[in-house]
Write a protein that binds this ligand. Structure first.
Ligand code: FE
Length: 283
């Protein structure tokens, strides 16, 4: 009993607009701090309407956080203040640690059917790492291991470990797990995670039972931090969900737009530096 994570909350992601007017669904954000600490935001930007995403996310700064982009369809072209350029496509992950600051743009493109999409997660950095040098981990889909932890279940391990198989993204300060779990009808999956770590799932497709609670597509389920295990199963149809955990920071959050610091003073300084052109510390 005491070993099973209890559900604290479930809820549907809500439509919103970001960047230059991109339509997306937000699973959680500003209002869920500190519930999801160290995570700040999760956006589901899957779309079949090019007019809803082509304007993209033109040049903007980030400081104090990591942004994690996981693509399922179409592509996103990326360019930044350090001169990095690249395209991430279906199955690929970009784990970007903004640290002391980057200025970048993210421009989506559809596939032949006009589909584009994936997820962007923001993870907070602890005070001692907020001003670390910016860093990128670009992971091609082919480098992400897929394991079958139980009958009818497949798991893509972006970050974390299942049955001794470790995902390609390592050495992240908040000790996260980032898993993409697919269940065939009737299949189940039990996940053990660290006590005290935040754990949530976001349903991509179908309906997932979290314990006994059915959670529909585009819904978020947040667990308590007490137990070690969470059990998921699919009913009559297949289901797919993201399962993410991380170590809470328990620090004050000063957040405005794409910059997240600990104090208002640090936040003001960041925007002042951005206006003055002294924002970038490492290029
Ligand atoms: Fe960004």
């Amino acid at each position: 009993m005491g070993n099973t994570r209890k559900i604290v909350k479930t809820g549907k992601s809500t439509p919103t607009r970001e960047g230059a007017g991109v339509h997306l669904r937000r699973a959680f954000g500003f209002n869920e701090v500190p519930e999801l600490d160290p995570f700040l935001l999760l956006d589901d930007f899957r779309s079949q309407e090019p007019a809803h995403y082509l304007a993209g996310f033109p040049w903007h700064p980030h400081r104090g956080i990591e942004t994690i982009t996981y693509m399922l369809a179409g592509s996103v072209e990326h360019g930044d203040s350090m001169g990095n350029k690249g395209t991430i496509g279906p199955g690929d992950v970009q784990w970007m640690t903004a640290g002391s600051g980057i200025i970048h743009q993210e421009m989506p493109k559809g596939d032949e059917q006009g589909r584009m999409g994936g997820f962007q997660l923001w993870a907070n950095l602890p005070s001692g790492s907020k001003m670390m040098d910016p860093r990128y981990r670009e992971v091609k889909g082919s480098a992400i291991p897929t394991v079958a932890p139980s009958t009818g279940c497949t798991a893509r391990i972006i970050c974390g470990e299942i049955n001794g198989i470790v995902g390609p993204v390592r050495d992240i300060v908040t000790d996260p797990e980032y898993l993409d779990i697919s269940l065939e009808a009737g299949a189940s999956f039990t996940h053990r995670t660290k006590r005290g770590h935040t754990l949530f799932a976001y349903v991509i497709e179908g309906t997932v039972n979290a314990g006994e609670t059915p959670v529909a597509s585009e819904h978020l389920v947040i667990f308590d931090r007490e137990g070690r295990e969470a059990v998921f199963s699919a009913g009559k149809g297949k289901a797919r969900f993201l399962l993410i955990s991380g170590k809470p920071l328990g620090e004050p959050v000063a957040w405005y737009g794409p910059i997240v610091m600990n104090t208002e003073e640090e936040l003001e300084l960041a925007f002042e530096e951005y206006r003055k052109g002294t924002f970038i510390k490492k290029s």
